[in-house]
Design a binder for this molecule. Structure first.
Ligand code: GP9
Ligand code: MN
Length: 639
């Protein structure tokens, strides 16, 4: 025994001589920080394991960097404590993180999503998961806590050797170093993600993807930060003067201006279909002599069709289209209202129809958590959300369940609903980048083969076919006799980067900003029983106007809408989130601060009237922001 000790001492001295390191000091240092080292390793393994669970096929190996960085940041604050206390605190933190991971895993099993603060706040509203937690939880999940069991005796026996010398200096240095390394590493990783997908972090559209890229801890920190910052905006009180100004505007804006078709839909079902990336240029357009959307063209001829209808989405993309069409409120200033304002009260279309004894249901074939729909549908008054879990996922195209299968299964569900109902369907297959061309079937796009535009034409042709089947079935089974059917596109299909492809296809030369804006239209049709009221309406209108228009048709109260009733207004006002606007005669483009005369296409100088109009429209966007930031609809309703 003595021999061994001597030998060890000998080795120590040799190392000391050669590397100028005092081995005893080193051992002491490691021992002094063993809790931190262990914590780092344990949490790293757990968070990585979680990452593999949520994304086994596409596990992103570089995620270890932001994961380590986030743990370093967490741990840095604990370096300031004495080891005895620190061990206990880290032990508790380990339990907390493990419980978060377990909850996330269970939640993922149902929603294919990560828990957010807003989801927790609305936990009562969460469809599905709250009732079946027991069946979702697996014994395996508790492996995340297994280390806790082993750690207890180790901690109990562990002798703390707090090195009193230079303690303060050492702690401060260690704190700064760990924090700095963590922050630098983390910022680099988060920045890389925000460069790849600029709106992902603020809109949180696809939380699984985000978590896969930055790790679970970072995700929750960002989510909590987003939540707190909106709560702060929410909590500051608006001045009474400002509140009255908004009230006055709302009263004026919601006055009815006519009685054209008022109440013709009362008591009838409402079937509303939001179509992914359905942009207007494909309507009544051909390629190689074949119609791109023969079915929609046919239905447009039997419906009231709006050919100057714009999409107005911002950072919330699809969710913004849903939000505007159901609330007539502008999209959030940044991010997605579906995420940031899911705690608000709304006078949405479904809520209003419900008070007229309608049954309300939303249908979408993607995972329920995408765009926070699992929270936002109940908030907006949908009795039932048929998400991924309600469908038999028997055929995939693009992002998920094919439109063919989705619409077929939705049709069968629709038939079983208690009438009158409001059914809101959101399609999925024709989603950017339209590269699942095998799923789309054969549609000859000639010279556009293998281009983004060509692939889109294939995709939208496929969706058109499925919509045709669905609409024809509605007609055949006489559902259309007692229903109003609304169909519209959610947003652009061709991004600005591919503008040249679009112009080439449309045979446009000398395109300018106005040309681009004029292409940002989506089709919108309203079909009435017996093909009544068919014809084309050329009014400049947009997604903000759908709810007021439907409120007129279904005789619903109009109180808090910022759009207009297209059927009873001669205004061509359309305001975009960027401040760009049109009134049907002039188009103002905010990023160049230029005005165009729509008829001549020429640029025109700013007049006092135009300037006043521009300022007024900016105000209206701010009214909408105030309504969202201060949850004003809730206040107004109380009063
Ligand atoms: C996802 C779908 C697509 O469920 O609605 O959203 P998008 O990427 O178009 O905003
Ligand atoms: Mn979309």
């Amino acid at each position: 025994m003595n021999n061994i000790r001597l030998k060890i001492n000998d080795i120590k001295l040799k190392i000391n001589d050669k590397f100028n390191i005092n081995i005893d000091d080193l051992i002491l240092h490691v021992k002094n920080n063993i809790d931190i080292i262990l914590f780092l390793i344990i949490i790293y393994v757990k968070v990585m394991h979680y990452g593999k669970q949520i994304s086994p096929e596409y596990f992103y190996s570089k995620v270890n960097r932001p994961i380590i960085a986030s743990i370093l940041i967490l741990v840095s604050f604990f370096t300031l404590f004495k080891q005895r206390r620190r061990i206990k605190l880290l032990f508790i933190l380990n339990i907390v993180i493990s419980l978060v991971l377990i909850s996330d895993i269970v939640y993922f099993r149902y929603y294919k999503d990560v828990i957010t603060v807003s989801a927790l706040k609305n936990v009562k509203l969460l469809t599905g998961v709250s009732s079946s937690v027991k069946s979702l939880i697996s014994i395996k999940d508790f492996l995340y806590l297994i280390d806790i069991v082993f750690l207890i005796p180790i901690i109990k026996r562990f002798e703390v050797v707090d090195n009193k010398k230079k303690v303060f200096f050492r702690k401060a240095a260690m704190f700064v170093a760990t924090l700095l390394i963590g922050v630098v590493m983390d910022t680099q990783s988060v920045y890389a993600v925000s460069k790849e997908q600029p709106t992902l972090i603020s809109s949180m559209s696809d939380r699984i993807y985000l978590t896969k890229m930055i790790g679970n801890i970072n995700f929750h920190v960002i989510d909590a930060y987003n939540y707190v910052s909106t709560s702060i905006k929410n909590s500051s009180k608006l001045s009474t003067a400002r509140e009255n100004e908004i009230k006055d505007f709302l009263v004026k804006n919601n006055q009815s201006t006519g009685t054209n078709l008022t109440g013709v839909g009362e008591g009838k079902n409402l079937i509303m279909i939001q179509v992914e990336a359905l942009q207007s240029f494909v309507i009544n357009q051909k390629i190689n002599g074949q119609e791109i959307t023969p079915n929609l063209n046919r239905w447009i001829n039997k419906s009231m069709y709006f050919d100057n209808y714009f999409y107005q989405v911002a950072g919330g993309n699809t969710s913004d289209a849903e939000f505007m069409s159901n609330n007539s409120l502008y999209p959030a200033e940044s991010g997605s209202a579906y995420y940031s304002y899911s705690g608000n009260a709304y006078n949405s279309l479904a809520n209003e129809l419900k008070s007229k004894q309608y049954y309300t249901a939303a249908f979408h074939g993607n995972n329920e958590g995408f765009w926070n729909r699992n929270v936002m549908y109940p908030v907006q008054g949908f009795d039932k959300f048929y998400g991924q879990h309600s469908f038999n996922i028997d055929e995939n195209v693009g992002l998920g369940l094919s439109d063919k299968s989705f619409l077929n299964q939705s049709f069968d569900k629709l038939k079983t609903l208690k009438q009158p109902y409001y059914s809101f369907l959101v399609t999925l297959s024709s989603h950017y980048p339209y590269d699942d061309t095998k799923g789309y079937g054969n549609f000859n796009v000639g010279q556009y083969e293998n281009t983004l535009l060509g692939n889109y034409l294939k995709g939208i042709h496929y969706t058109d076919e499925q919509l045709g089947v669905f609409l024809d079935k509605l007609e055949k089974e006489k559902i259309t006799d007692n229903s109003i059917v609304v169909l519209y596109g959610d947003h652009f299909a061709i991004p600005k980067d591919n503008a040249d492809e679009l112009y080439k296809f449309e045979k446009i030369s000398n395109a300018n900003d106005l040309t681009w804006e004029q292409y940002q239209k989506v089709p919108m049709l309203i079909h009435f029983p017996g093909d009544e009221n068919k014809g084309v309406n050329h009014t400049y209108s947009a997604q903000m106007d759908l709810y007021p228009t439907l409120a007129n048709i279904f005789n619903l109260p109009r109180q808090y809408m910022l759009g207009k009733d297209i059927l009873n207004s001669d205004s061509g006002k359309v305001i975009f989130r960027t401040g760009t606007f049109t009134d049907g005669k002039v188009f103002y483009i905010s990023w160049t601060n230029t005005y165009y005369d729509i008829k001549t296409g020429a640029q025109i100088p700013e007049t006092d009237t135009l300037k006043a109009q521009k300022e007024q429209y900016l105000k209206e966007l701010q009214y909408s922001d105030d309504i969202l930031n201060h949850n004003l609809i809730k206040d107004f309703k109380k009063k």
